[in-house]
Every structure is written in C-alpha cells, then in structure tokens.
Design a protein around this ligand. Sequence first.
Ligand SMILES: Cc1cc2nc3c(=O)[nH]c(=O)nc-3n(C[C@H](O)[C@H](O)[C@H](O)COP(=O)(O)OP(=O)(O)OC[C@H]3O[C@@H](n4cnc5c(N)ncnc54)[C@H](O)[C@@H]3O)c2cc1C
Length: 435
Amino acid sequence: MERFDYLIIGNSVGAVGCIETLRSFDKGGSIAVIGEEPHHVYSRALLPYYLDQEVPVEKMLYRPVDFYERLGVTPVLGRRVVGLDTAGHVVKLDDGRTISYGKLLLATGGRPIVPPIPGLDTEKENICNFVALQDLQRISRLLPSAGRVVVLGGGIIGLMAAEALHKKGLEVGVVELAPRVLAPVVDEFTSRLIEEAFRRSGVAIYTGTTFKEVQGGERATGVVLTDGTSLPCDLLVVAVGVVPRVDLAREAGLAVNRGILVNQQMETSAADVYACGDCAEVYDFLMGNRRVLPLWPNAYAGGRVAAYNMLGMKREYDRATSMNAMHFFDLNIITAGLNTAGEKDGFEVISRFDAGSRSYRRFVLKDDRIHGFTLVTGIARAGIFLHLMRRGCAVTSFKEKLLEGEFGYLTIPEGLRRELLIDEGVMSEHAAANQ
Ligand SMILES: Cc1cc2nc3c(=O)[nH]c(=O)nc-3n(C[C@H](O)[C@H](O)[C@H](O)COP(=O)(O)OP(=O)(O)OC[C@H]3O[C@@H](n4cnc5c(N)ncnc54)[C@H](O)[C@@H]3O)c2cc1C
C-alpha cells in the first residue's frame, strides 16, 4: 500500500494553503493530494469570467502548472475518496486503491444544493449548477441553443451567473425565495442597490417566490413560480448555495455538525485528522461561535494553520470572520463581520448614501468598536476598516468620520494611527514615533 506523510483530500485552495506551509518547513516529507475533479487547482471566483470573457482554463489556474512537481507533491486527480479508516490511518479510493497517511487534511469543500422541486434535476440536459469548472463547460456547450435562462437563487453565485449570462446576450431572470437578493449577506439598502443595478441592466429579478415546478421532460422548457408566473427558458441554473461535504467524515465517525467540527488548531475529533475550508466549522472571532465560512481566504488560512499543527508548530486560527468582496455591473461591494446586524440586535448603526456617486457606507458598532461594515462603490479604505475591526480599536471619538469619503489613516487620532501603522508593518516603531 502506498503511504504518504501528509495526505490531503480535496484539491482546491485549502489544499494549497496546507501544501505551501508544509513544504516551507518540511522539505523531505511525502505529500499527496487527492481530487475528484480532474483539473489542476483553479480559482472558483474566476468561473464567471470563463463564461462571459471566455478566459481560458490556463488563466484560471490558482498556481502554475508545475506547482505539484516543484513542491514535490503527488497529485491523484480525477479520483474520489470513498472510505476513511481513522484508526488504521487509511483512505480508500473509488478505484479500489488504498493509501495510508501520517497526517490527513479534509478539504472537501461544499456540494451544491438542489431543492426538491418537481422536475428540477441537474441530470437533465439543460439544468446546471454553477460551482465547478465542469458546470461552466456544460453551460458553454448549451449557450449556442439558449436564448432565455432562469437562475434559481439570488445569492452571490446566482447573481454572478446571472450577470455573466446576461453579458453573453441571454435574456435572464433570477428567482429568489427571500424578499430581497443576497438577504443573508448584505443589509436591505445594499440589496436594493444591487437589485436596481440588475434591473437597470435588463435582468429580471423575482423576489419572494420560487419554482413551483419545472416544465418539460428531459429538457426543461420553463418554470412556473409559486405566485403563478410562467417563465419559459432554454437553460436553468441552480444556484441556491452549497452544503459542506461531510459524508466521508460522518461515515468515519468524526464529530460533525453542519460542517466538520474542528478546534482552533483545525484538528477534528480523530487523531491526526484535520479539516479546513467550506467543509469545516471554524471559530468566528466576532460572532463568538463556530460556523461554516465558505470563503476563499478562510480555506487558505485554515489549510495553513492545519499544516503548522501537523508539523508540531502549534498555531491557532483566531482571525476567521465573514468577509465578502463582490462586483456586480458597476457596483463594487465589500462587507465584513456582522455587517447585516442592526439596532434590533443591540448594535448602533451609522450609514451614509451619496446619490451622486452611488456610494454607501454602513458601520455596525457596539462597545466603542466596529463589529461589521458594508462599503458600496467607495471601497478603497476597506483594509483600514478591517484592521480597526480586527484589533477591536476604540472608534467612538471619530465614528462620524468613518462615513466620509476621504477617511484614511490621517483621520485616525495620532496614537492609534501609530499603533496601526506599526502593526501593519507600514512603518517602523522609530518612524512612527517621529510622526
Ligand atoms: C462561482 C463561485 C465564485 C466564488 N467567488 C468567491 C469570491 O469571490 N470570494 C470568496 O471568498 N469566495 C468565493 N467563492 C467561494 C470559494 O470558492 C470557496 O470558499 C473555496 O473554494 C473553498 O475552498 P475549499 O478548499 O474548502 O474547497 P472547494 O474549493 O470546494 O474544493 C473542494 C474540492 O474537494 C473535492 N472533493 C470533495 N470530496 C472529495 C472526495 N471524497 N475525494 C476527492 N475529492 C473530493 C471537490 O471535488 C473539490 O474539487 C466562490 C465560489 C464559487 C462557486
């Protein structure tokens, strides 16, 4: 049986964070990564560009093609792990092969949700998900015969899909069950700005409704909504989110809630088994609880922390929190922390909208600190706000200035400014002292 010192299941960003850290410290240990998708590691955030700008796959790669070779990693691609024996330190592949490991990382990501709606089945010819390269390759093949598309789901991925398909010249309708798009991710005002941007561009948005049924046989021909509206379509994209892929972990007896449970060292309940990324629940330092944070930087950072601990260099992942950077038509949006919380949750909220520039800022404050924020259009200072939030800096004395377009380091009171600049490595303690 083959054996590797470090074995990773799932060939995406969590795996890359782990591999790069392992190799920085352990030059000789054997590493293998097993991935169900046949591709080299690529950026999922670039999937819409594959469609609307026809960006070739080579340009979507997250690391150069010689990544595995250069780092001495054995890739086992196009293979799925179907069994895990944590006591014996062995995994079983779908071709019957078994591989043993010293330390194991589960970075299995998420699985797209397909709601139980009559006629909705992604096995059908023209019903697709939007999470993997093969989904996009399928959609591309369908485009020449598609004029009208309905996207189920007005979340980040659904809206990305809608914009990309609109740019390909299709007539697009988005159907969202909640009363507004991106309801769990942004506050109501931001939702309205986004809906307006889509409608202005010619994309139809239907909120507060969903599919009652999908019409057609092997090929979907349209949908009927719960409010009775009929929408004919040649292509249907299902984008209502992903659930953590935990089946392997659960069957192996690991502690699993919604995601695989890990401590701050990314250790699961089984010895020598770690988990990170979209399949795991991590400790959110702002929420003060464990939850799934399906974000690219979270998967990378989690993979790094797992690697440190595999190497015996104790590290904790204590900076995890929600953060989203989005771009829809002419709107750039950044959200972080508890950005959707409001007065009813016991927070103070300050906000400002400038109709001319269509820029919007919203800060969620409590106990003299920033707990979350939203920036629309004027996003240049996001790094400073994030820094103030992560460090728990006292902001009451200058809170109104947070809303001003020209807010920057110079707006921050001198003592705090020095601390932040030193902390960020922007200047030495000596230079800051002379500021
Ligand atoms: C269209 C799109 C756009 C996005 N844009 C952004 C963005 O702008 N910013 C952001 O922060 N996040 C974004 N995300 C989310 C981000 O891509 C994920 O958070 C990130 O990819 C999670 O990485 P991961 O390593 O946990 O797993 P994933 O990227 O989900 O990869 C897991 C891999 O494991 C494989 N796998 C699972 N089980 C097995 C098994 N048993 N055996 C072998 N292989 C297995 C899967 O096939 C998959 O390839 C986007 C996601 C999508 C779909």
